[in-house]
Design a protein around this ligand. Structure first.
Ligand code: HEM
Length: 109
């Protein structure tokens, strides 16, 4: 139950809405938009976590959601958050060191 609460909270209301400093390595078609190689981009993590093609009823907060942990609240790929395993521990209080100072994730068992 705690795992579902943590993962669904990260999906539904993760503290990092978007990440920047990304450059397209090749020409892309994304959601009907052409992105040329070399273009700097921002990636909307919050938007991806509410993608109706990925999550059913994405605007519903549901801690029993079976695939809640498929969110991208920790990013993805080579720069995925190295603190994710720590943040996912269920024994305490995890402040994020860099993003949204003052945001605390309260976890209890
Ligand atoms: C709920 C808690 C947390 C969330 C939602 C979170 C989210 C993120 C996100 C979205 C990124 C950027 C990933 C990217 O650029 O692709 C990131 C990077 C990072 N996070 Fe976290 N984080 C959390 C907790 C922590 C903790 C507890 C630590 C350290 C103890 C930490 C350390 C880092 C570091 C060092 C990076 C940079 C990784 C890199 O650029 O290779 N994070 N985090």
């Amino acid at each position: 139950m705690v795992k579902g609460l943590v993962e669904e909270t990260l999906r539904y209301w993760g503290p990092v809405d978007f990440i920047s400093r990304r450059i397209a390595k090749e020409d892309l078609e994304l959601g009907g938009t052409h992105i040329p190689k070399g273009v700097p981009m921002m990636v909307g993590l919050a938007t991806a976590n509410r993608d109706p093609e990925r999550f059913s009823h994405p605007d519903v907060f549901d801690i029993t959601r079976p695939d809640a942990d498929k969110h991208v609240a920790f990013g993805e790929g080579i720069h995925i958050c190295i603190g994710a395993p720590l943040a996912r521990t269920d024994d305490g209080l995890t402040p994020h060191p860099a993003h949204r100072p003052g945001t605390l994730i309260l976890l209890s068992t």
